[in-house]
Write a protein of this length. Structure first.
Length: 312
């Protein structure tokens, strides 16, 4: 196995993939939003870890809101695959300075979010240390009996790309208050039979490029469609930092909307009631591209990547 010295999350994931046992027959490939553990795919699993100073700031954010986000990001993974959340485990490394009230508020926030989606909190682990608080939640989910989990790798050239909401500027506050699109994803899967889906956690450009890579094709985003999906928060940030609102929509991340890839023959009358907005299409040529004013140019799959820091 070739070893890379580049400090980058994607390289690390590829290195880890080469060390793992082959996936269970019929299961979900490594690198998707959830993983199959039990033979037959009866359950899918996801885990996300949130760190103080990276995913939240305990100096400014309420502990109940922090707990809610820790649960919601896992439920968003369930939405990405259109599966039903079942149960959750929560593990925490609490900063020694946290009060009992703070710790319970964190757990209450996670519990309330889980209850909203009928996901039972069944246990976990608690530790404390002198360093910033870390919260890790694991969620198990079941596929819908009428359709299997929607994976990243099923997109085909000619398929159309849609998003479920407005993008960019989540750091203004939506990264703590977003609604996991679990119910919407199940409806989309039932009505549209999408070829691929992903939740937009690291930025539209980066997450769509992940669909393209997993599917062995490319993606062409349309500037006009993108500009119709810009959240007002992205425009607010653009006024502050000089980056364009479109750039924020492409790369900020933590929108936790869905990117949905459907067959080109799916009629608009079935798509419009779901609130989906078209932003592009899948193409044969590998890579990510942008079409604007009749011209097509390569587009950097920028977004949030650990080991590199902020969006780039």
């Amino acid at each position: 196995m070739t070893r890379s010295n580049e400090k980058d999350e994607l390289h690390l994931i590829r290195e880890i993939a080469g060390r793992l046992a082959p996936r269970i027959a019929g299961g979900v490939p490594f690198g998707d939003d959830m993983a199959t553990i039990a033979p037959g795919g009866e359950l899918l699993w996801t885990v996300d870890m949130l760190m103080d100073g990276v995913d939240f700031d305990s100096r400014r954010h309420d502990w109940r809101a922090i707990g809610r986000k820790a649960m919601a990001v896992n439920l968003s993974d369930c939405a990405a695959m259109a599966v039903h959340p079942q149960s959750a485990l929560i593990a925490v490394a609490l900063n020694d300075a946290l009060s009992m009230d703070d710790a319970l508020a964190l757990f209450d926030g996670a519990q309330a979010c889980a209850d909203e989606f009928v996901c039972e909190m069944t246990g976990g682990d608690t530790n404390s240390w002198a360093w910033p608080t870390v919260v890790s939640i694991t969620v198990a989910a079941r596929p819908d009996p009428d359709f299997g989990p929607v994976m990243r790798g099923g997109a085909r050239p000619g398929d159309q790309i849609y998003v479920s909401g407005l993008l960019g500027g989540s750091i203004v506050g939506r990264h703590l208050t977003f609604q996991p699109r679990v119910r919407e994803a199940l409806q989309i899967a039932r009505l549209l039979q999408p070829h691929a889906m992903i939740d937009i956690s690291d930025g539209l450009a980066l997450d769509v490029s992940r669909i393209a890579e997993a599917s062995g094709c490319g993606a062409l985003l349309d500037a006009a469609g993108l500009d119709g999906c810009i959240h007002p928060d992205a425009r607010t940030l653009a006024q502050r930092d000089g980056r364009s609102a479109r750039e924020h929509a492409l790369s900020d991340g933590e929108d936790f909307e869905l990117a949905v890839v459907v067959h080109a023959d799916v009629i608009e009358d079935r798509i419009a009631p779901l609130g989906l907005r078209r932003v592009g299409e899948m193409i044969r040529q590998p890579g990510l591209f942008l079409r604007e004013a009749g011209e097509i140019r390569p587009l950097e799959p920028c977004g949030w990547r650990h080991f590199r820091g902020a969006s780039q």
